[in-house]
Write a protein that binds this ligand. Structure first.
Ligand code: ACO
Ligand code: LMR
Length: 276
């Protein structure tokens, strides 16, 4: 009989061997004929299934609302400096993307992980926050440099409003709000930020749309799909900043001396403090 040679690559999301490529089995012509949007394409290529339109609309809202947040944030700053150094589009884009991480834009997966663990264990918000403090971990999805109790993040409000209207359940997000109420009692800038809002709402989306098994949900959270939403979204803005700087013919950036505190290195005196 014929023996199939072992392959070096296994791939399950896209097949381009036929007359037209398929995304998770859906031909491209169907995607166009049915008027699918970017949210549908993300559903097929990331989650390997079609999701209901309230979910794909939510995904698209995340992408649109996180596309940019001005020139002063870490990602845009790096991209602007790189563009002004005369670099190409891809270099400008990746230098901005490389700032996305636990403090900036990349806290969505950890927010989902910690909120899920705490909610599923039935931890009260104060017990959760205090246990994180004991472990020396800042609560992912909480806190913002400029947003606060009196200067709420519009993106969070818009996503919450949409989900409260269209999702069958928003229990993880409401739990995150109880966490926010507790952290706000400590400091005014410890709001539920956009990462925490998306992380908790995505848990609600996965848990309540009845299309994912518990094992699949755990896998999505473990692997960490959700930071992908911010990476994808912010790429739109970072590309925009690259073009903006080039259009404006901005010169090489050099940070002003006046904005740097130059100090002499402090010599550490290590004192002998008893028996070795
Ligand atoms: N959990 C618990 N305590 C916190 C948190 C948090 N998430 N954030 C701040 N604090 C407390 C800490 O006590 C901190 O003191 P420490 O430095 O001794 O630990 C104190 O507030 C100081 O806070 P700020 O100076 O206001 O913090 P900063 O403005 O530097 O931090 C940041 C803002 C980075 C967003 C922070 O709140 C944080 O790390 N949050 C968790 C990560 C996160 O969600 N990032 C995504 C932000 S949204 C986005 O980027 C799109
Ligand atoms: C962002 O989306 O870039 C922000 O929330 C971060 C910031 O400091 O504004």
């Amino acid at each position: 009989g014929r023996v199939r040679a072992p392959t070096h690559i296994v791939s399950t999301i896209c097949d381009d061997r036929g007359e037209e490529p398929t995304y998770a089995g859906v031909p491209m012509s169907t995607i166009i004929e049915k008027g699918y949007g970017v949210g549908d394409v993300i559903s097929l290529l990331w989650f390997k299934r079609s999701l209901p339109s309230y979910c794909t609309k939510f995904i698209e809202m995340c992408i649109m609302l996180c596309a940019d947040h001005g020139p002063c944030v870490s990602g845009a700053h790096n991209t602007i400096v790189t563009s002004r150094a005369g670099k190409d589009l891809v270099s400008c884009l990746v230098s901005g993307l490389l700032t996305i991480g636990p403090r900036f834009g990349g806290a969505i997966d950890d927010a989902a992980r910690y909120f899920k663990e705490a909610y599923d264990k039935g931890l009260s918000p104060d017990a959760f926050v205090e246990s994180m403090k004991k472990r020396g971990i800042r609560v992912p999805g909480i806190g913002h440099r400029i947003k606060s109790r009196d200067n709420r993040d519009k993106r969070v409000e818009l996503l919450q409003k949409y989900a409260r209207t269209h999702f069958p359940s928003v229990r993880y997000m409401e739990y995150a709000v109880t966490v926010e109420n507790y952290t706000l009692s400590k400091a005014a800038n410890l709001v539920l930020n956009v990462d925490g809002c998306i992380g908790s709402l995505f848990l609600d989306l996965l848990a309540s749309c009845s299309l994912f098994t518990q094992q699949e949900i755990d896998e999505i959270v473990d692997i960490g799909y959700l930071n992908g939403l911010f990476v994808l979204a912010r790429s739109i803005g970072l590309i925009g900043h690259t073009f903006d700087q080039k259009r404006l013919k901005q010169p090489l950036y050099r940070h002003p001396w006046e904005d740097v505190l130059y100090t002499k290195a402090v010599k550490m005196r290590i004192e002998y403090a008893g028996d070795l």
